[in-house]
Design a protein around this ligand. Structure first.
Ligand SMILES: [Ca+2]
Ligand SMILES: [Ca+2]
Length: 199
């Protein structure tokens, strides 16, 4: 009897181990499915269309304006021009069209920035599918066009602020709805941006 109980116990454990192994295999298969083919690229915005809408927002002590401009362009004829004078907060946003929102399996953010050596700190904020904000910061300490190439993993969930409705899990959930390609703390300046690509 004792032996039978042991045998049943052994069989049960084996079954559990086997079914767990099955789950792991399934999880690996799912991850593999999410990888997009090598070379997949999403051109989020090239700022060529003069009708392209760029939304802006600012705090009570700040001013910002943004639009399509032909004064500077890295590629094509136009780029985004953002002018701001910021003493609390300000930002410029593009809302992504539906077909450009699924970044699953992609790993790199690229954007051309026209530096003016203003030494002001600028941020790129990505608001994910659950309204969680991720941020990457850099300093405008260069002149002329420079391509920022940033692994998506370098964008960190903001700890200084999140919308009250955000679900915070420190993971970038897709689809992405908004890209705040220029937000600023203190400072003022005129900046140009071109070709934002996720790959
Ligand atoms: Ca352009
Ligand atoms: Ca998230």
């Amino acid at each position: 009897m004792q032996k039978n109980t042991c045998l049943t116990g052994y069989l049960l454990v084996s079954l559990i181990v086997l079914s767990c192994a099955g789950e792991t295999k399934k999880a690996v298969a799912k991850e593999a499915e999410e990888k997009k083919p090598a070379g997949t690229k999403i051109l989020v915005c090239d700022f060529e269309d003069p009708e392209q809408k760029i939304d802006v927002y600012s705090g009570p002590q700040s001013k910002i304006s943004a639009g399509i401009s032909s004064e500077q362009a890295k590629n094509g004829k136009n780029a985004a021009k953002v002018e701001h004078s910021t003493r609390d907060w300000s930002g410029a946003v593009v809302v992504l069209p539906v077909e450009k929102r699924d970044w699953a399996g992609l790993s790199t953010f690229r954007m051309w920035v026209y530096g003016s050596k203003s030494n002001s700190r600028l941020n790129i904020d990505i608001s994910d599918g659950k309204k969680e904000f991720f941020r990457y910061s850099y300093v405008d300490d260069f002149e002329g066009w420079k391509e920022l190439v940033i692994p998506l993993s370098e964008f960190k969930s903001r700890t200084d602020w999140q919308p009250s409705e955000a679900f915070i899990n420190k993971k970038m959930d897709f689809p992405i709805f908004e890209l705040h390609f220029c937000t600023s703390g203190f400072g003022k300046g005129t900046h140009y941006f071109d070709d934002i690509i996720i790959e």
